[in-house]
Structures are given as C-alpha cells and as structure tokens.
Design a protein around this ligand. Structure first.
Ligand code: SF4
Ligand code: SF4
Length: 280
C-alpha cells in the first residue's frame, strides 16, 4: 500500500517499510501539534539511550534508573527492560517536554528519533530471525506531520535523525534478543541469566564493578589493551558486556574462559558423566 496522503485510523499502518520505502513527513517548531506527541508513551529505552541520557543529565546509572525509568518484562522474550517513566500529571507527560520542545533533544531516545517510524525488531512478534530490518509507520490523528509534500526514504530519515550510531552500538542487545528467539520464546532464561542481561543492558556502572571488582578477570581471558578501554569507555564496555553474555549464555565464541577454568569445567563434566554411568 502506498502512502497516498489519505486518512488512516490511529495506529500502525498495515505495511512493512524497508530502507528504500518512501513517505511524506515534516516536523518542526511552530506546528500546531508541536509537542502533542510527547505524552502518555511507552518508550522502551535501549542500552545506548540510557548511556546518552544519563550522561546528558550528569547522573550515575543508578540515579537515572531510579528517577526516570520503570522496569518491565518483554512479554514474549521474557527479557527485562526499562521504560521511560511519564509524569503523574493529567496528560502523563514525558519528563523532558518543555513548551520549547524536548529538553534533551540531542540525546533523545531511539524511539523518539524513529517516530513516526518504528523498528519492527522492537515489536516482539516481528523480531526478524534473518536480522533483516523492517519498519512500520505509526499514524496518529494528533500528528499533522503527514500533511506535507516533504518526501523521505526510510534510509534518509534514519540518517537525518541520527539513528545509525544507536543501531550500531545497540547491536549486541538486538543480537541477544534474536538469539533468544532462535532458542524459542518458551526457552526460559534462569533468574540469574536475566539479572546478567539486565545489568549489561541498563547499567554500565554496575557492569564496570562486576568486571573489575569480582572474580571475573580470574575466569576470563581479556587482552590488556581491551581491558583498559573497557575500564574507561562505556560504549566499549557495553559491547564487551554483550559479547560476554552471548558467550556465557549461548556458547558464542566471543569472550574466552582462561585455560585453567576450562580444564576445571572439563574435569567436572567428566566426573559427572562417570557418576551418571555408575548409577546406570
Ligand atoms: S524524550 Fe524528548 S522527544 Fe522523546 S518523548 Fe520525551 S520530550 Fe518527546
Ligand atoms: S508533527 Fe507529529 S511528531 Fe512532529 S510535533 Fe507534531 S505530533 Fe509531534
């Protein structure tokens, strides 16, 4: 179905958009609907959203999470995430909206950047096993942005809104959700695994303490230069965190155990097999 400018019902247009799909849209200060879209929202924050927003506000991860977010569980993947907490006013306004627009515009979350597009991967029922990117269009009657002749491809919109860096840095998070799907939605992660996922996804401060102040480095082989970057660079730490999660939970060959730990694991497995045979 082409975007012909006709009137749609509120909600998601029944069409898959690809990078080359075209649509007409414009949004700028001075529009009658300016800021009308910034209330009563359910915005899942991606790991890189959290880093950008908490740094913009000069907060630690713990402070940011406590003040601005609420925890939620994705229904189908049963993975824990956080969403942006709306204010307790009549409109359930976003805490960052002002009459002049978004107070954190340069660091606004990924969902706000994509709007009126959404990424299909964020709709759990549409996580693409191929990793192929699809998008959908949200059309809401309060949004006058469709009444324009300004035309974009999805690719151009993504570039204009600065989403590419977010997608690149959030890649490990997306990959984790895809792997979780390939193991089947019913395959439950243990409580401990879910906690590990939540720590990496939402709290690079805790992740830092976990890597440097626990027995982590006694178990895992991490190159010295990379370790220094993990210590000082939150984005490198986040990427490493997801590599580690995929190794620890899905057996990916990304972060390696030290030789002596591997040997101890093998020995333990052999003992368990022997014990099982004896019982038979
Ligand atoms: S973060 Fe900014 S752009 Fe996003 S809903 Fe809030 S005010 Fe609007
Ligand atoms: S055009 Fe749409 S996205 Fe832009 S301010 Fe108006 S309601 Fe919000």
């Amino acid at each position: 179905m082409q975007n012909t400018g006709e009137t749609y019902q509120d909600g998601i247009e029944p069409r898959k958009y690809t990078a080359e799909s075209r649509f007409k849209f414009a949004c700028h200060k001075g529009m009658e609907c300016y800021t009308h879209c910034c209330s009563d929202l359910n915005i899942t924050l991606t790991p890189y959203d959290i880093i950008r927003m908490k740094n913009r506000l000069g907060l630690t991860c713990d402070q940011f999470l406590a003040i601005y977010t609420k925890p939620e569980m994705l229904v189908r993947t049963r993975l824990p995430v956080v969403t942006l907490k709306m204010l307790d006013d009549d409109k359930k306004s976003c805490p960052f909206i002002t009459p002049e627009g978004c107070a954190i515009y340069e660091d606004r979350p990924l969902s706000c950047r994509y709007y009126p597009l959404g990424m299909a991967a964020f709709r759990e029922q549409e996580i693409q096993p191929t990793g192929e990117d699809f998008y959908f269009m949200v059309r809401e009657s309060h949004c006058l942005g469709f009444q324009t002749d300004k035309e974009w491809t999805v690719r151009e919109w993504r570039k204009d809104q600065g989403v590419e860096i977010y997608d690149e840095i959030n890649q490990g998070w997306m990959e984790f959700m895809l792997r979780k799907k390939s193991f089947g939605f019913q395959a439950e992660l243990s409580e401990e695994s879910r906690k590990m996922f939540f720590m990496v996804s939402s709290n690079v401060d805790t992740l830092r303490r976990f890597i440097f102040e626990s027995s982590f480095l006694d178990k895992y082989d991490v190159e010295k230069d990379l370790l220094e970057q993990i210590r000082t660079d939150e984005v490198v730490r986040l990427r490493f965190g997801f590599d580690w999660l995929q190794s620890a939970l899905f057996g990916a060959d990304k972060v390696k155990l030290k030789e002596h730990v591997l040997n101890a694991h093998k020995e333990q497995a052999q003992k368990a097999m022997k014990a099982a045979k004896t019982r038979c």
